[in-house]
Design a protein around this ligand. Structure first.
Ligand code: NAD
Ligand code: LMR
Length: 325
């Protein structure tokens, strides 16, 4: 095992997603069985007692990869020199709410956390899961002026995994046979899963399913899956969200040969306005992500991508009015 532990911060660590996420990171599922990890766990003061109980359970697992756990309610103390920060802590929506309804309540969490990261964790890779994830990531990024915008991502890997799984089920294939699928846009019901550039065993997915199914069933089902889970479970997705948070951060830290969906600051690629944090097909090498270039997008795809980008612009304008950026 290597000597220096990788420091990973998780906010909202006593919450539902935290309860699934921490044990998997601690057991080596983020960075592998040869890399020790130190967990830095942030919570609000009233939740620290519950977090102490979670830490007792982490101790009781005797994970060889877990080099240490630090808990607290001070972002500057918890984020000090972390390599990665998973910003999960935020209120989840309830049935009947849109994720954007959470902006005013959750947005202000990310001003302080962005500023703290800027001060004490200049090299961190920061992944926002707390909703509305894209715009919260934008808030954190804009409050961290000394960090590179590239250091701020938001989670659309859960949507990516959902889209893959639903297509695999429809075609009766394994998810491993599906490549180059990607989610574009916002983590809301305007997101666009693009099947035109998706391959199934090397064949274009659009040759295997018909357009009516894509438009009327597939896109809306992927885009509203979070709400369907809230309705069924009475609480927002947690284990699958933790899984996707690990998938995203693992690929960002260790690299991947696959095309994956990551919400990243737009550089204007494909006409998505510069600066907003939008989901794109990405590749990752050497700890750096890049947007896949040169994809063909027809009118159907372009219209949907631009509609989702417009949602992100409207959320950005809203947080600007709230004085959060
Ligand atoms: P939860 O309510 O179970 O847990 C949230 C935790 O965050 C709580 O323990 C709370 O005390 C803590 N918290 C609140 N403010 C904080 C702050 N300022 N600093 C640190 N911790 C803070 O919620 P959950 O189910 O774990 O979900 C967390 C967030 O993740 C929600 O916003 C939810 O909507 C979002 N989510 C996103 C995705 C995605 O794909 N992007 C998927 C699922 C859930
Ligand atoms: C999800 O997609 O499951 C989460 O973003 C929770 C939600 O509010 O839908």
């Amino acid at each position: 095992m290597s000597a220096t532990p990788v420091k990973v911060a998780v906010t909202g660590a006593a919450g539902q997603i935290g309860y699934s996420l921490l044990f998997r990171i601690a057991s080596g599922e983020l960075l592998g069985k040869d890399t020790p990890v130190e967990l830095r766990l942030l919570e609000i003061t009233p939740a620290l007692k519950a977090l102490e109980g979670v830490v007792m359970e982490l101790d009781d697992c005797a994970f060889p990869t877990l080099a240490g756990v630090v808990i607290g309610d001070d972002p500057e103390e918890i984020f000090a020199d972390v390599d990665g920060a998973m910003l999960v802590g935020a209120m989840p929506r309830k049935e009947g709410m849109d994720r954007a309804d959470l902006l005013a309540a959750n947005g202000k969490i990310f001003t302080g956390q962005g500023a703290a990261l800027n001060k004490v964790a200049p090299k961190a890779k920061v992944l926002v899961t707390g909703n509305p994830a894209n715009t919260n990531a934008l808030i954190a990024m804009r409050n961290a002026p000394d960090m590179a915008p590239e250091q701020f991502n938001a989670l659309t890997r859960l949507d990516h995994n959902r889209a893959k799984s639903m297509l695999a089920k429809k075609l009766g294939v394994s998810v491993a046979e599906i490549k180059d699928l990607a989610i574009w846009g916002n983590h809301d019901d305007s997101m666009y899963p693009d099947l035109f550039n998706t391959k199934v065993n090397g064949k274009a997915a659009t040759e295997l399913v018909d357009q009516t199914w894509i438009t009327e069933e597939y896109i809306p089902t992927v885009a509203t899956r979070g709400g369907a889970i809230i309705k069924a479970r009475g609480a927002s997705s947690a284990a699958s969200a933790a899984n996707a948070t690990i998938d995203h951060m693992r690929d960002w830290m260790l690299g991947t040969d696959e095309v994956v969906s990551m919400s990243v600051p737009s550089d204007g690629s494909y006409g998505v306005p510069e600066g907003i944090i939008s989901s794109f097909p990405c590749r990752v090498r050497g700890g750096k992500w890049e947007i896949v270039q040169g994809l063909e997008l027809g009118d159907f795809s372009r219209e949907r991508i631009m509609a989702s980008a417009a949602r992100l612009e409207s959320e950005r304008d809203q947080v600007q009015q709230l004085g959060l950026i």
